[in-house]
Every structure is written in C-alpha cells, then in structure tokens.
Design a protein around this ligand. Structure first.
Ligand code: GLN
Length: 499
C-alpha cells in the first residue's frame, strides 16, 4: 500500500518527519539485539567456553570486524536489487534467527549464530541509515538534527540491550541472554512491516522486473540473493574458527578499496578530489578511534568484571550490565547538549570544522582511558571505584559524539552524489578495520588464569596489565588527536565551503 509521495514526505513541517519515528524505533530494537549480544560475547568465550583472553579477544575483534565490513555488500545489494526495505526485513529475520540459534545451549550454536548475525547485520545496518537520509531534500538544514535523533535511538537500544541481556546472561543464564536479544528484534520487525507503507516510495526495489528476472539457475535474482546470503553463513563460521587467517583478508581488502577510491576520485575535478582526500583522512583517523574505543565491548568487559568494584548502595551489580549500558545512557543524555552546542557555536561563527571535532574526539577518548589509569592509582586490593569507571566512560562518550555522528554527516557532505554509497561503505570499512585492531589490542591484555608460581591471578596483578595498556592507549589516542589538529588548517582549506 503506497499512500505518500516522496515530495509529500520531504516537505514535512516541524523538526522531524513522522517516518523518522518508525526508523528510530526499528533501529532501536535492532541495536538492542546487537548490543545485547555484544555484551555477552567475550565474557561467554572466556568464562563459559574457556577460550582464554587472547583467543577470546581475537575472535571478538574478527566477529565485530565482519559485522562492520558486511554493510558494504548489504548496501550495494539494496541499491542494485532488493531496495532498502526488503533488505531491512531480511536482515531483521536473520538477526532474530542468529540470536535464537545462540540461545541453544550447545557449543556449536555459538559460531553458527554469530555467522547468521554477521549476514543479518550486513543487510540491516546500512540500509536503515540510507532511508533516514532519503527523508530529506539534499539541502534541508534539518538533516543533521534528524541524524542526531536517530543516533539517540541507536544508543537507547544499546543501553537497554546491554543492561537487560548483560544482566540476565551474566547473572542467570548465558543462553537466555542471547535469546532475549532476539525477542526484541521480532518486535521491531513486526512494527516495521506493518508501518512501512508510510515510507511511500522510499526504499522500494529499484526495479521490480529486475528483482524477478530469472538468473542462469532458473531462480529469480531476489531468491538468488537470499540463497547466496545463507550460503555465506558457513564461510563466516569457518573464518571465526580460523580467526588467524583474517589479517590476510582484511589487509588486502582495505588496501584495494583505498586505491580504488583514490583512482575513482582522480577522475573528478580538483576540488571534488581534494574533498574526497579529506574524507579519506577522516576515515583513517576514525579507524584508529574505533580501535581504542571498541575496547568497550572487549577488554573493558573483562576489566569491569575483574577490576571494578560493582557494589553500589549495598547492591552487587552485574559488571556486564554496567559496562554495556553506561555508554548508551551517556550518549542519550548528552546528545541534546551537543546538538545545542554546535548550533550555538555556529551562530557565533565559531563552530569547529569536522577535522577539529575529530581531533577533539580522539583527545577525549585518550582522556577517558587516562581516567581509568588514575582510578587504578586509588584502587583497593586491585578494585577500581565505579565512579572512576563511569567518569572514564563519560569522556569516551563525549569523544564519540565529536566523531561518530559528525563523521556520518561529513561523508555525505564531502562526497559527490555518485560516490556517497561507496564512501559510506568506506566509513563502515574503517569501523571494521578498527574493530579488528581492537581485538589485537585487547589480546595484548590477556590475563592468564594463574601466575608463574601456579597461583590464581589476583585482581592486583590483572590491574597492572590493564593499566599498562590503557596508559599507552591514552597517549597514542591523544597524540593522534594532536596530529590531526596540526593537519586541520590544510584540511579546512581542502574542504572549501564545507564545515
Ligand atoms: N555506536 C554506533 C552504532 O552502533 C556506531 C558504531 C560504529 O560505526 N563503529 O551504530
């Protein structure tokens, strides 16, 4: 049923188009599922499957990296064959299924479930953001506010998912936690299917004839896409099992993609070429940001479990629930302030450009890790106060708000329309690379279960290992910020009129 025209949607009155609420809600529950799972992955691998910290962190990094690499393909397939809506629904079905498979209490179900989630996320994640962009005319000044609102939905879902699944999974039953994550995806999916007609023509397949066109195997293109995506699942299960091979896949892929973008940009005029170069610099720094930031779902889960005092007002909190919900909660609380701040600065012609914001983001991230280090100086018996833990996350979150939503918006502004899809893919690929690096960094903080004399590792001993690596992360992240700040006047010139 198609009730609204594109013109009708884009000429909305007020702050947000009404369709944005549907997308907010659907993305919120999808992120609930994703972050609910993420809260438990590493703890499950270390405490239940007994993989050890090193292997656990590496598998976590490879999984997360695949999760963020697949949107490149999911976005392309939606543009060419399925359209965004069908991709979102198919992705949502797979995400539900993946979570339910992980809820089956046998060892084998874990990697199979993760494989299904990787494919599902590839279809879902990029396409819902593309629809958000489609609600606005190219030069509508309300677009950034719309993306910020959408980013709040992402984090509301992440907060609730981390809190509920983290708590149920860690305190009661791991598999129940994984299953719970899937239940909420069904809710989001039902509402999206029932209400999608309000999107009018947005997100429909580019051509229905093409969708139904028969391939050499006699199946329609649409069914081929579905079947090939199911066949991709065992490939991911193999990669997760043999995670050591991943560097041979991601490194060449990243280099080829980078060379291709430079080549494609070379065909544009000088001004457009320089803008793409700025976007690439931002993308490279974002990969570094995620490499440090994503310790949140990795080593910080273990740090919270082993070295943060979870007693609060007489209650013993779940470390998984705390670690995986603080960030989302802070983002939700802080977004209105940042939206106001950028507008306030813009009105005074003092709004920093994207490169400076990125530099500030990296510095604040470094500061966040430094707060953990300071907290360690005041630790009792190796246990850091929850206050320092939350304060560290506060700076990580303000850093995220200077980089993540700004980056999404900057990519759409710096890329010519023909290249936006490709550049969005590059943005997520940088996240993917960052996630992989995060796994490598996390594995540097592997804590053996016993020390050289055969005694169980104490909290004081593990705290030493964490503080050492956190100190390095703090300095390297801040140094990256300084380098970008030094480069920013040149980048500003190359960006011309764009902020
Ligand atoms: N936290 C954001 C999300 O979940 C951004 C993550 C990223 O791009 N690495 O969508």
């Amino acid at each position: 049923m198609q009730t609204t025209s594109l013109e009708g949607i884009q000429n909305f009155k007020g702050k947000y188009p009404k369709q944005l609420y549907l997308l907010f809600f659907t993305e919120m529950w999808e992120r609930f599922t994703f972050y609910g799972n993420r809260a438990l992955l590493l703890l499950f691998m270390v405490n239940y499957l007994h993989f050890g910290d090193g292997k656990g962190n590496m598998i976590y990094g490879v999984y997360q990296s695949l999760i963020y690499a697949m949107p490149v393909l999911g976005g392309m397939l939606a543009d060419k064959i399925l359209g965004q809506r069908r991709s979102i629904i198919w992705g949502g079905v797979l995400l539900t299924l993946g979570s339910f498979v992980m809820a089956i209490p046998v060892k084998e179900s874990f990697f199979i479930g993760m494989g299904i989630l990787i494919v599902g996320n590839g279809y879902f994640k990029p396409n819902i953001s593309t629809i958000v962009g489609s609600l606005y005319k190219e030069n509508d000044g309300r677009r950034d506010a719309g993306f910020s609102f959408f980013y709040m939905g992402i984090n509301l879902g992440s907060m609730l998912g981390g809190l509920l699944c983290g708590w149920i999974g860690q305190q009661y039953n791991w598999h129940l936690g994984f299953g719970l994550a899937g239940v909420f995806m069904i809710l989001g999916l039902i509402v999206f299917v029932k209400k999608q007609h309000i999107l009018g023509p947005i997100g429909l397949p580019p051509s229905v004839e093409n969708l139904k066109a028969k391939t050499a195997l006699g199946l329609s293109k649409q069914n081929m896409v579905y079947i090939l995506s199911i066949l991709a699942i065992p490939v991911f299960v193999i990669i997760l099992n043999y995670y050591e091979i991943y560097s041979y896949l991601i490194n060449p892929f990243g280099i080829i993609a980078l060379v291709y973008v430079i080549y494609a940009a070379g065909k544009l005029g000088k001004e457009a070429f320089l803008k793409i170069m700025v976007a690439l610099v931002l993308i490279i720094f974002s990969a570094l940001f995620w490499a440090f930031y994503e310790q949140g779902g990795g080593s910080l889960n273990l740090f919270a479990d082993r070295n943060v005092n979870m007693n609060f007002l007489g209650l013993k909190l779940s470390s998984a629930a705390v670690n995986n919900s603080i960030n989302g909660a802070l983002i939700v609380l802080l977004t209105p302030f940042f939206v106001w701040l950028w507008i306030w600065l813009a009105n005074r012609k003092k709004e920093p450009n994207a490169a400076v914001k990125f530099a500030l983001g990296l510095m604040q991230l470094g500061l966040g890790f430094y707060v953990f280090v300071i907290g360690a100086q005041f630790a009792h018996n190796g246990m850091v106060s929850l206050l320092f833990f939350v304060l560290g996350y506060l700076f990580m979150s303000t850093g995220e708000l200077c980089l993540s939503p700004i980056g999404l918006s900057a990519i759409t502004k710096l890329s010519p329309p023909k290249m936006v899809g490709l550049m969005m893919g590059m943005w997520f690929l940088a996240s993917s690379y960052g996630q992989y690096l995060a796994g490598l960094i996390g594995s540097l903080m592997a804590i053996p279960s016993e020390d050289a004399t055969g005694k169980a590792m104490t909290a004081t001993a593990s705290l030493g290992v964490y503080t050492d690596v956190f100190t390095k992360i703090a300095w390297v992240s801040a140094a990256c910020g300084v380098v970008l700040l030094i480069l920013s006047p040149w980048l500003k010139k190359m960006m011309k009129d764009i902020k």
